[in-house]
Every structure is written in structure tokens, then in C-alpha cells.
Design a protein around this ligand. Sequence first.
Ligand SMILES: *Cc1c(COP(=O)(O)O)cnc(C)c1O
Length: 227
Amino acid sequence: MSVAENLREIKARIHRAESQYHRTPDSVFLLAVSKKHSAGLIREAYEAGQTAFGENYFQEAIDKKEALADCAIEWHFIGSIQSNKTKPIAEHFDWVHSVDRLKIAERLSAQRPKTCPPLNVCIEVNISHEATKSGVDSSALLALVSEISALERLTLRGLMVIPEYQADFVQQKKIFDRVAALQYGLIDKGFMLDTLSMGMTHDFEAAIAAGSTIVRIGTGIFGERNA
Ligand SMILES: *Cc1c(COP(=O)(O)O)cnc(C)c1O
């Protein structure tokens, strides 16, 4: 299938899930994850109407951004962030989904160009308490949310999660429900959060059932990635 056909199919599944799980129509935003795929494939998706793309590696993303300078694309950074790489990320992206510590947030805020609007960020949570994974532990979340909310050049939009792989819908939804509960707890405390970035190709319907507002789909749109 072509990228355009895959996109049509994924969008139809998103709309079906919105309706099945009593979500507002068009409340789920599709982020096309294009890491390890060419600028040519991104252009194909763009020409089929997709305008938001997620990338994990800043140099790869910046090269593609140059090749696609004629396209009105919204760029989202979703990869892990080393503190010496915050400057190009603050300069080249509209969103960062993967903020998991204060030092990174402070650097992104300080390095966000004055000519750009504040950078939209999500905090990545480590919901399964996996030692090897990135993301803030839920016990440290409230403190981090308070600190990041105070940073002038960032707009904190909500939470992001990459759960441990689960094949089963019920297990997938259980984890996404826990992330949604964390978000609603923060909203109850007065934080203005409107984004839950959760759901990938294998689990996005469970994420939508749990309240996701951004699904991040790579394989379902572009096919398997080369190693
Ligand atoms: C690669 C990636 C995705 C997309 O994964 P697929 O399974 O290909 O849909 C989503 N989110 C993050 C953070 C990723 O790194």
C-alpha cells in the first residue's frame, strides 16, 4: 500500500475509535513518526494532507527539514534528549514530547529563539517503573510539572508515555488509564494541560479509549523501518 493509502486507513481507524469510545469527533491528532524514513516519503505524506511529523534524531530531522523547506510542516521532537543537544532542538521544533528532567527544560527555555512562539512541551512519564527507560517517575511528576510550568519560553501541554510492549488491548488500556489519571490529577490541581501524547501503531486504539489526544504513528503509515 502507498503512504497515502496507509494514511487514509489509519485516519479511518482513529475516527472509528473516537466514535466507539465516545470521544469527541476529531479530538485525536495524528502525528506521523518519520524517523529513519526519507524526506521523499515525508513529502508523499504531506501531499496526501499530513502536516505534523515526529522525529527522534535531531541531525536527521534538520537535514530533512532543509529538504522540505517549501512545505508548511509542524515538527515534533519525540526522541531522547542529551543536554548538549538542546539548542538545535529549541531552534528547529514546534513541539518536544520527551522532556523528562528540569535541566533539559531549563535549557530548552533559555535557548528558544525570541522570534519563535514558546515551545510546546510534554513531560514523558515512566509509568512501568522501568530502570532502563527514560521518563520521570510518577512520584517526582508533580514537582517537575510545577517547575516546568514556571519556565517562560515553554508551554507545558501535558504528558507523554511509551509503555512497555503489550499485545493485549486490556493490558494496553490499563497503562494508558494510569497516565490519564495522572494528567487529570494535575488538572485538578490547577495546571492547564490539554495534551495526552500516547499510542503508537500497535496500541493507539487503546490509547484513544483512555483519552489520548495525540497518537504517534510510524510503521502504520510508512511501513517497517530499516535497522
Ligand atoms: C518510533 C516511535 C513511535 C512510532 O512507533 P510505531 O510503532 O512505528 O508506530 C512513536 N513514538 C515514539 C517516541 C517513537 O520513538
